[in-house]
Design a binder for this molecule. Structure first.
Ligand SMILES: [Zn+2]
Length: 504
C-alpha cells in the first residue's frame, strides 16, 4: 500500500511538475475571535497547540504560508483578568502568527497595556482605520497595510475594524475608528497602483453586513473576517468572505493560485478544517502551558454544580431569554436588593453550553470575565420602558446578528415585536406581577459598564440616581459565584420562565 502510494505520488509529481512551475501558490491560514489558548468544549475543539501542529503541516506542504487572525484575542477571558492579554501574545508568538487585525475587544484593556502587548508581539498588528486623534496617525503607528512578496507575486493585506468598537469596548476617547469604506478605497488603490500587488486581502473585524459593503467599496480578492462567532461563508461583488467559529474551533485554509508569468490571481481552493482532539499538540507549545500552569490549576477548582444544561451561547444570550441569563440577573437583583435587574447579553461570555455537572472557577469566570461592579440605580418607569426598548432596538434579523445590548432580566417580564419600529417594540411590561407604572420609581441592579460608560448604547442611565456606586458594589463574577454556593447543595437548576417573549 505504502509503495503504491509513493509511486502514485511520484507519478503525480512528475506529470504535474511543468504545470506547478508556472504557478505560485500562497496559503493563508485563518482563525478569528480566539479568547483562550486552551481547547474549549471540554477539550474537544480548539486549542492553540493544535493550531501550531496544523501551521507546521501547512508550512511543509507550502513554504509560502501565512497565518492570520481576524481580531478579538486579548480580552475577554479568565486569564486576561490576571495577565492582561500577555498570555495570548505568548501563545500566538509560539504558534507563529503573522498578522492580526485589532478587534473591538483588544480595547477592553487599558491603552498602555495594549501598546505593551503590541510591542511583545512577534507578528504584525493591522488596523488602518483606527486613528489616534492626538497624532492623526494610525493607532500605535501600525502600518496602513503590508505587502508580502512570494517569488515575485505580491500580496497586499489591509486590516479594518468596525466603527461600533467605540461603543462595545472601553476604547479611549482620543482614539477614533474612521469609515472603513473610505479607508479601503484609498489604500487598496495605492496597493494596486503603487505596490503592484497581484491580490488584496481584507483582514477585517466587521459585521458580515459591513464586510459585504466593504467588498463594494474597493477591489478585494478575499476578505477574512471576525467579530461574528459562527462559521460564515459568503460573497459580495465577487469577493469571497469567510469567518470561522470562535476559539479556533475551525481553521480556514485558503490556497491562492497565481500565474507566475502574468502574475495574475487565477483561482482559489479552500478548506474549513475542524480543530479537534484528533490533532496532536505541538510539543514546542509546552513552554506556554508551563508558564501559566498555576493559574490553570486554580481555575480547575469546583465552586458548585448545575443540574440543568446552561445556555451560555452568545447567540442565545443576545437574542432571547436564557436560563443562565435568568440566574445571573436574579443574582444581581438579590445582591443589590433591587426591584429589577438587567444584564446586557453581550456581557455573558463563554459561548458554550454547560452540561449538567461540576462548575469550576473557570466556568464562572468564563461566563462573566469582565470584572464589572454591579451597581444599583433608581429610575422612573418611563426610563425603564426606554431601557427595554433600547435592549431590543437591534433585534430584527436584518439589524444585527448578535446584539450585545439584548437584555437578560429579573423581577420583570415583557413582550417584543421586531416588525414594529424601534422605540415601540416592547409591550406587556410587568414589574413583579404589576403592570409597569411610568410615573413610579424603581430600583435597578445592573453592570457599571452600562451606567457610567453607557456601554452597549445604554445612555439613559447617565442622569440616574446612584444608590450603590461602583466603588461600593460587588463584582459580577463574585455575585454569580456566591449565588451558586448559596443554592441548595451548591447546585443550580435555572429554567426558562417566559420572562421575555418574542412575538416576531
Ligand atoms: Zn468583536
Amino acid at each position: 500500500m505504502k509503495i503504491f502510494r509513493l509511486n502514485l505520488l511520484l507519478l503525480l509529481f512528475i506529470f504535474t511538475l511543468p504545470v506547478f512551475s508556472q504557478n505560485v501558490r500562497v496559503t493563508i491560514l485563518h482563525v478569528n475571535d480566539v479568547y483562550q489558548f486552551m481547547p474549549v468544549e471540554g477539550g474537544k475543539r480548539g486549542g492553540l497547540a493544535r493550531l501550531m501542529t496544523l501551521k507546521k503541516q501547512a508550512l511543509q506542504e507550502n513554504p509560502n504560508t501565512i497565518f492570520t487572525l481576524g481580531g478579538d484575542t486579548l480580552s475577554p477571558s479568565v486569564e486576561t483578568r490576571t495577565y492582561r492579554g500577555a498570555q495570548m501574545i505568548d501563545a500566538w508568538n509560539a504558534v507563529g502568527l503573522d498578522y492580526s487585525v485589532l478587534g473591538n475587544h483588544e480595547f477592553d484593556i487599558k491603552t498602555e497595556e495594549l501598546l505593551a502587548r503590541i510591542k511583545e508581539s512577534k507578528f504584525t498588528w493591522l488596523g488602518a482605520n483606527v486613528i489616534d486623534t492626538k497624532t492623526k496617525k494610525i493607532f500605535a503607528d501600525l502600518p496602513p497595510y503590508v505587502v508580502r512578496d512570494f517569488g515575485g507575486i505580491k500580496i497586499g493585506i489591509i486590516g479594518l475594524l468596525l466603527p461600533e468598537a467605540k461603543a462595545t469596548s472601553s476604547m479611549e476617547d482620543s482614539l477614533q475608528v474612521t469609515d472603513f469604506c473610505a479607508t479601503a478605497k484609498k489604500l487598496v488603490k495605492q496597493m494596486r497602483k503603487k505596490e503592484k500587488v497581484s491580490a488584496v486581502i481584507g483582514l477585517t473585524h466587521l459585521f458580515m453586513a459591513q464586510d459585504k459593503r466593504l467588498a463594494q467599496c474597493a477591489d478585494f480578492d478575499l476578505i477574512l473576517g471576525g467579530h461574528e462567532h459562527t462559521l460564515l461563508q459568503s460573497s459580495s461583488n465577487g469577493t469571497p468572505i469567510f469567518k470561522m467559529t470562535a476559539d479556533a474551533r475551525e481553521m480556514g485554509k485558503f490556497n491562492l493560485n497565481f500565474n507566475a508569468a502574468t502574475k495574475r490571481f487565477e483561482s482559489m481552493d479552500w478548506e474549513i478544517i475542524p480543530v479537534t482532539d484528533q490533532i496532536a499538540d505541538d510539543k514546542e507549545f509546552e513552554p506556554v502551558f508551563l508558564k501559566y500552569k498555576d493559574l490553570l490549576e486554580q481555575l480547575a477548582v469546583p465552586v458548585g454544580a448545575t443540574a440543568e444544561t446552561l445556555d451560555a451561547l452568545s447567540l442565545s444570550n443576545r437574542t432571547k431569554e436564557t436560563n443562565i441569563g435568568n440566574f445571573i440577573a436574579d443574582a444581581y437583583r438579590n445582591a443589590a436588593n433591587a426591584d429589577v435587574a438587567l444584564v446586557n447579553g453581550g456581557s455573558i461570555r463563554a459561548d458554550l453550553l454547560y452540561s449538567p455537572g461540576i462548575l469550576t472557577k473557570r466556568d464562572v469566570l468564563s461566563m462573566l470575565p469582565f470584572n464589572n461592579p454591579i451597581v444599583k440605580i433608581e429610575i422612573t418607569g418611563k426610563t425603564l420602558r426606554e431601557t427595554l426598548e433600547h435592549g431590543v432596538a437591534r433585534s430584527a434579523a436584518n439589524e444585527d446578528n448578535e446584539p450585545g445590548r439584548f437584555p437578560q432580566i429579573s423581577g420583570m417580564s415583557f413582550k417584543f415585536d421586531t416588525t414594529k419600529p424601534v422605540g415601540s417594540r416592547v409591550s406587556d411590561i410587568l414589574i413583579g406581577a404589576q403592570p409597569l407604572d411610568e410615573n413610579k420609581t424603581y430600583t435597578l441592579a445592573t453592570s457599571d459598564f452600562l451606567v457610567t460608560r453607557s456601554g452597549d448604547g445604554y445612555v439613559m442611565f447617565k442622569t440616574a440616581k446612584v444608590l450603590i456606586n461602583a466603588d461600593a458594589a460587588a463584582k459580577d463574577s463574585d455575585v454569580f459565584e456566591k449565588a451558586i454556593k448559596d443554592s441548595p447543595n451548591q447546585t443550580i437548576a435555572p429554567k426558562l420562565e417566559g420572562r421575555i417573549v418574542r412575538i416576531k
